[in-house]
Design a protein around this ligand. Structure first.
Ligand code: ATP
Ligand code: MG
Length: 499
């Protein structure tokens, strides 16, 4: 093992060398009298460990550590301090030193132990980094496979749509007699073909919708509007279906409901599914839709209540999963694909709402969903530290924000392309590109040119750098660990000034 001792006091350097030789570990010891020389040796020769005196003429041990980190030199680094400066040593450890030893009467005994401890720490850190890298790589692989799966699904669905439309058209032309008279038998077969083609088209549309929703690639046309209007449209379409089965379908729409932001086509899709389910699974009675406002929670609550077969308690957790039809294969006759509720759940959740069901088996079900009245802003947090991401996510979600997270700069930039956030919180030190690169790229792209950005850093020197570049960046920043209220107020004021 090759050890470099950086020490300006020749007596102390000699003492250290002796202690190391006495340890009988076959250490090969070289020494440098000052930091610059030490740094040069670290870079030019390869060392396994550095022992560095805290007080050196010229550059200090802290400067040596910083220069090493700039040059990506990570070695077990032990700082030698005079007694009473342990606090400084702890500071140094925060900056990357692995351990420290005090120059006092116990120095000779302590040094070999401290060296071993620094080496152990270094090995643990390297092992942790290796495991994290492995995990990151396998996550990347999973993500890649997921991407392939979802692009395959959407490619196949798109490819199926075109020929299907041609078949549908062909059947319609034959059915309406434009291609010549057809007899009763031919009409019957064409009707069957039409029903099945329609069914297939619905299935493909559903698979495509679900795949887009699941990969968060669905673009919503959000507009402020009256949800009662959408309910009325759904009732108009579904009323004949209910009446045909001798069921009532009523909408209790009195009272005034605040306007909310939603995509009316997608909300129509959710309500249509809930109402058509309610009709499908009800034999006697009917379906009632109601809407109200929960002023305390600041949400609009929509309820679709039926007097149908109800849902068993054990089945409730399965309900919103994809391709779940509780009746199993017997349910074929009611049609459908079992995607309706999972699509509805994604749509409602991506509107910042929640959907759930209350049901009594044999008596009926109540499907309810809520939508927020206040606009919910979307915040993307880019940080390579999962812990920080978790904290930000929980905290922002608890305060009504929709949170997107990315563990690297490139991943963040990619996420922005498919799902534009209202605010971007970015850490300065990332695993791949730096926070500066992320900001530069955001600022030079049309879509994100003016998007609010909150800069985050855990390093004092980084904050100083941001301070220096403040004019040029003109970005607000927050230092880690941050105070939650301060974080929230920065996020709020940024969004308010931008909106
Ligand atoms: N109102 C209800 N009463 C009883 N069971 C219901 C009700 N709504 C849904 N379910 C059960 O939940 C299952 C899933 O519903 P979902 O809407 O996801 O699928 P689907 O209606 O079968 O097909 P799709 O909506 O894709 O055409 C249904 O198949 C049914 O078993
Ligand atoms: Mg359905």
């Amino acid at each position: 093992m090759k050890i470099l001792v950086i020490e300006d006091n020749p007596d102390h350097a000699l003492l250290t060398k002796r202690v190391l030789e006495k340890a009988n570990q076959g250490y090969q010891v070289n020494s440098a009298r000052e930091a610059e020389e030490g740094l040069r040796m670290i870079i030019e020769e390869s060392y396994d460990l550095v022992i560095c005196d805290y007080r050196l003429p010229g550059l200090s041990a802290l400067d040596v550590l910083k220069k090493m980190s700039e040059k990506r030199q990570d070695l077990p680094f032990v700082v030698v301090t005079s007694s009473g400066s342990e606090k400084i040593a702890v500071e140094l450890m925060k900056e990357g030193a692995y351990d420290y030893v005090v120059k006092d009467s116990s120095y000779e005994d302590a040094l070999p132990i401290v060296i071993q401890r620094a080496i152990d720490r270094y090995n643990v850190k390297k092992e942790k980094e290796r495991l994290e890298k492995e995990l990151r790589e396998s996550n990347e692989k999973l993500k890649e496979m997921y991407e392939i799966k979802s692009s395959f699904t959407s490619m196949v669905s798109h490819e199926l749509r075109t020929p299907l439309t041609a078949i549908k058209e062909g059947i319609a032309i034959m059915l309406d007699g434009s291609a010549g008279e057809i007899n009763a038998d031919q009409k019957e077969f064409l009707d069957i073909a039409k029903r099945n083609v329609d069914r297939l088209k619905r299935l493909i549309d559903d698979v495509l919708d679900f795949s887009k929703l699941e990969s968060k690639k669905m673009v919503f046309k959000m507009q402020k509007g009256d949800i009662m209007q959408t309910i009325k449209e759904v009732v108009a379409v579904q009323k004949p279906v209910a009446e045909e089965r001798n069921l009532y379908l009523k909408a209790e729409l009195d009272g005034s409901i605040s306007k909310i932001e939603f995509d009316s086509d997608r909300m129509n899709q959710v309500l249509n599914n809930l109402v058509s389910n309610a009709i499908k699974f009800t034999k006697i009675g009917g379906v009632a839709i109601s809407v109200s406002e929960d002023r305390e929670e600041n949400t609009v609550v929509v309820c679709v209540k039926d007097t149908g077969k109800g849902i068993k308690k054990d089945d409730l957790p399965k309900l919103f999963q994809k391709f779940q039809q509780l009746g199993g294969p017997n349910q074929r006759k009611t049609g459908g694909t079992g995607l309706g509720l999972s699509i509805s759940k994604e749509i409602i959740e991506q509107h910042g709402g929640k959907i759930w069901v209350e049901s009594q088996y044999g008596k009926g079900s109540e499907f309810k969903f809520i939508l927020p009245i206040k606009k919910r802003y979307k915040v993307l947090v880019i940080d390579d530290d999962k812990g920080v991401l978790d904290i930000c996510e929980t905290f922002l979600k608890n305060n009504g924000y929709i949170v997107l997270r990315s563990e690297s700069g490139m991943e963040g930039l990619k996420a922005i392309q498919s799902n534009m956030p209202d605010l971007i919180v970015v850490d300065m030190r990332l695993n791949d590109i730096s926070g500066y690169d992320v900001i530069d790229r955001l600022r030079s792209s049309n879509g994100t040119f003016a998007r609010p950005i909150l800069v985050m850093s855990g390093y004092a020197d980084e904050i100083a750098k941001i301070e220096n570049r403040k004019e040029e960046l003109s970005l607000p920043w927050i230092s880690k660990p941050f105070n939650n209220d301060e974080f929230l107020s920065k996020v709020e004021s940024l969004l308010m000034n931008w909106a």
